[in-house]
Design a protein around this ligand. Structure first.
Ligand SMILES: Nc1nc2c(c(=O)[nH]1)N[C@H]1C(S)=C(S)[C@@H](COP(=O)(O)OP(=O)(O)OC[C@H]3O[C@@H](n4cnc5c(=O)[nH]c(N)nc54)[C@H](O)[C@@H]3O)O[C@H]1N2
Ligand SMILES: Nc1nc2c(c(=O)[nH]1)N[C@H]1C(S)=C(S)[C@@H](COP(=O)(O)OP(=O)(O)OC[C@H]3O[C@@H](n4cnc5c(=O)[nH]c(N)nc54)[C@H](O)[C@@H]3O)O[C@H]1N2
Ligand code: SF4
Ligand SMILES: [Mo]
Length: 711
């Protein structure tokens, strides 16, 4: 008999759609949208069907596997976990916790996926990768300015008179934002896109501003220049709620539109007009996207954009603000052991060494060559909800780095570009097989879903893996017994054993109990969540920063100023045009990465939806110059590597740029990060900036000669 269960999308999409999952026995037969959701209403995208296909896929890994050379062998959970526990303990007692690398990514929105952090926090200061998700960089910038990343409710957009869609393409990545933009426009708002690529947004935007790739920081600074020059800033707000204004104003005075116009790719009058629109036609809001963040100056671009909102007093007011992410939405942090309260209880969580994804490969290789007690070589890596080999820049180097790690464990559904390099592969449970709470920093609603179907094969929910590892490691008799690494001995450090074993009762608990624990501080209980369905995120602030209340040390918005922005001045002529030293000849094309409808980062590429994703979009004039026709194959070549892609014409793409998407598996002709290198990420090196600059990749394009084809 058919039944319907309420659920939500586990993908890290802005939208976090509410699902009605149709079940027959233990089979998932369909997913439709839950009409009760105030935002996503009844509509879901094609990726929802993809989730069913993935769940049922014959390619799914259904039991633990061990790699033997190029072969995989099924092993029992007992054998797999014994081996992993042993290797983790050896690493702890050898190099210490820093010899263990924990990698998780943007694979899932499930709050209990954060339990991996709980487990590794208890080991005391492991090495951790961060910043694989490009949007983390925008959040880091917001934290520097406001003390936290905080965005208004999506619905607040309908109170804006001006909306800048700045580096986001809702038609591809954020479908459910569109009705709000439409409603705002119906009420008279002006919607402007700021994007080097002209988007197919018929009826969605009043104007498209095509800036040069990577020029966002200069545009924002020049808009500020106009706002200050024309005295359109809000002195009352600034004196009460902004710190660092003098230094900021001094920096901005050097970025007049006339000085930056060429690099920004707009005429000075257009920049002036945008500044007036933003400051005058208020309230104005800015919807930020990942497009701004994939450049050397992506972090500073967000800080410069934040400053626009601060100097015009458009924070803490209805219809204002900056839309990106909200830290307070991440209500699972307590159970993950990442919140402040847990850090106090478990001091070693603080000791984790964080390595930005852009440096990960170099760092692993450097430590391998020249490890020290403080930075030991990585002995064990555990990867879940992430596909870093595919998704981090410089793939070839990433593969080398993974080979340099003696023991790697991956938890995933299938063999991916990353998991195929693992020594032990553990099967991941799909969202339908586990109870969880779907939560995202980018979305205003949360969803509870109990496990809907029994796990396929030998699949376990992820928390059981952490719990079992924890139990085994506590029970292991070790030579040193104390659970202290050599580096810790004699320092009075508690050692991993006491921390890990103190969590034994925690791991004996159940998903529902953990979820109750997450919700309880907000006065919400699963028991009164009758019938599931969406609820507003308890951390939601419809309008954040009310009364100018910022959670920075000073209580004010802390603007970046001369130290941060002035270095851009020296390089102004070069920053957006060609970043840094890399060669850029006449024949070079800049790669612009975008996310693709129907795919999700490195996920769901196995679906046959008529879009094989291997194409490079170019302007017709560039096609002509290269003597190419749509459908032709080209070799795209950089200093890092090369790959073959078929070309497509799109006159929305700026000249000398090529638009493509990342994620498609290497064995299937994907692997675009073979081309990228983003180890240098900014002019002003801010340790808080975890981002990377894949869009600063320049490639050469060459038509594949007939002779090469025949060969
Ligand atoms: N369908 C689909 N949806 C997704 C995802 C997916 O893979 N597929 N992934 C999810 C994830 S993890 C993320 S991070 C988001 C990303 O989604 P978005 O925030 O929309 O980001 P992108 O698609 O990466 O790029 C958005 C736009 O930035 C523009 N852009 C490129 N360079 C510049 C520039 O220099 N300045 C400006 N102003 N704009 C520029 C691009 O032309 C593009 O139109 O999407 C989420 N949603
Ligand atoms: N060149 C280039 N590189 C990029 C980008 C770009 O635009 N260009 N975009 C960047 C961005 S914005 C992002 S967010 C990252 C995304 O990169 P990642 O963080 O790696 O995220 P995904 O590719 O979505 O998924 C990673 C893996 O998680 C697995 N997974 C999904 N759900 C679960 C689960 O419940 N449990 C477990 N154990 N595994 C699960 C999936 O099968 C997949 O293999 O890539 C970044 N890399
Ligand atoms: S991928 Fe995004 S739009 Fe598609 S169903 Fe999931 S949340 Fe909705
Ligand atoms: Mo992302």
């Amino acid at each position: 008999m058919r039944r319907t269960a309420l659920s939500a999308c586990p993908l890290h999409c802005y939208d976090l759609c509410a699902f009605c999952v149709q079940l027959e026995g233990d089979q998932i037969v369909d997913i439709t949208g839950n009409a009760e959701h105030p935002v996503t209403k009844g509509f879901v995208c094609s990726r929802a069907q993809g989730l069913i296909e993935r769940h049922n896929s014959p390619d799914r890994i259904l039991s633990p596997m061990a790699r033997e050379g190029s072969q995989w062998r099924r092993i029992t959970w007992e054998a797999a976990l014994d081996q992993i526990a042993r290797r983790l303990v050896d690493a702890l007692e050898g190099g210490g916790p820093a010899a263990i690398m924990h990698i998780d990514g943007a694979g899932s929105t499930g709050a209990l996926k954060g339990l991996g952090h709980r487990f590794f926090n208890a080991l005391g200061g492991v090495t951790r990768m961060e910043g694989l998700a490009v949007r983390d960089r925008g959040r880091a910038a917001m934290r520097a300015d406001f003390g936290e990343a905080a965005s208004p409710a999506w619905s607040d957009l309908t109170r804006s008179r001006t909306i800048f869609l700045w580096g986001r393409n809702p038609a591809a990545t954020n479908l459910h934002l569109i009705p709000y933009l439409q409603e705002a426009r119906e009420k008279g708002a002006t919607v402007v896109t700021i994007n080097p690529v002209r988007l197919a947004v018929e009826g969605l935007a009043d104007e498209q501003i095509a800036i040069r790739p990577g020029a966002d920081v200069l545009l924002a600074l020049s808009m500020a220049h106009v706002i200050l020059e024309e005295r359109r800033w809000r002195g009352d707000f600034v004196s009460a709620h902004v710190s660092g204004f003098a230094s900021y104003a001094e920096a901005v005075s050097h970025f007049s539109p006339e000085q930056t116009a060429e690099e920004v790719g707009l005429d000075a009058e257009t920049i002036r007009r945008l500044a007036r629109l933003y400051a005058k036609e208020r309230p104005a809001s800015i919807v930020l996207g990942a497009g701004v963040l994939r450049y050397r100056e992506g972090y500073l671009a967000v800080r410069a954009i934040d400053a626009l909102a601060a100097i015009t007093g458009q924070l803490g007011i209805a219809g204002g603000g900056i839309h990106l992410a909200s830290d307070r939405h991440e209500i699972g942090r307590s159970v993950a052991g990442d919140d402040d309260a847990h850090r106090v209880a478990s001091p070693c969580a603080q000791g984790a060494t964080r390595i930005p994804a852009r440096n990960l490969a170099e760092e692993v290789l450097r430590r391998k060559r020249a490890g020290s007690p403080a930075e030991p070589p990585i002995e064990v890596a555990v990867i879940h909800s992430a596909n870093p080999v595919s998704q981090m820049p410089n793939m070839q180097r990433a593969i080398e780095a993974f080979h340099a790690i003696p023991f790697k464990v991956a938890i995933d559904f299938t063999l991916t570009d990353t998991s195929r390099h693992a020594d032990i592969l553990l099967p991941a449970a799909t969202s339908f097989e586990e109870s969880d709470l779907f939560v995202s920093a980018y979305n205003d609603y949360i969803h509870y879903q109990p496990a809907l179907v029994p796990p396929r094969g030998q699949v376990w929910p992820e928390h059981r893996i952490w719990g079992e590892l924890s139990r085994r490691m506590c029970a292991l008799q070790t030579a040193q017994g104390t659970g202290q690494s050599p580096a810790q001995q004699g320092e009075g450090a508690p050692g991993w054993r006491s921390l890990l074993c103190a969590d034994e009762a925690f791991w004996a608990s159940t998903p529902d109990a953990w979820l109750e624990g997450i919700l309880q501080p907000f006065g919400v209980s699963l028991a009164d969540w009758t019938g599931g369905g969406p609820r507003p995120n308890p951390g939601l602030q419809v309008v954040p920063f009310r009364e100018g209340s910022f959670s920075t040390a000073s209580g004010k918005a802390e603007l970046a100023g001369e130290v941060e922005f002035k270095p851009l001045l020296d390089r102004r002529k070069v920053v957006p045009v060609h970043h840094g030293q890399d060669r850029r000849g006449e024949e070079d094309f800049r790669l612009i990465f975008v996310h693709r409808p129907g795919r999700h980062n490195s996920q769901l590429w196995e679906l046959d939806n008529g879009d094989d994703g291997a194409d490079l979009a170019l302007h017709t004039e560039d096609l002509r110059e290269l003597n190419l026709r749509p459908g032709d194959d080209v070799v795209a070549e950089t200093e890092r590597g090369s790959m073959v892609l078929s070309v497509r014409a799109d006159d929305g793409v700026p000249r000398r740029c090529a638009v493509l998407s990342s994620g498609k598996p290497l064995h299937d002709g994907g692997g675009v990060n073979l081309l990228t290198d983003a180890s240098e990420n900014s002019t002003f090196h801010d340790m808080n900036d975890p981002g990377f600059a894949v869009n600063d990749t320049f490639c050469q394009l060459r038509k594949i000669a007939l002779a090469e084809r025949i060969r």
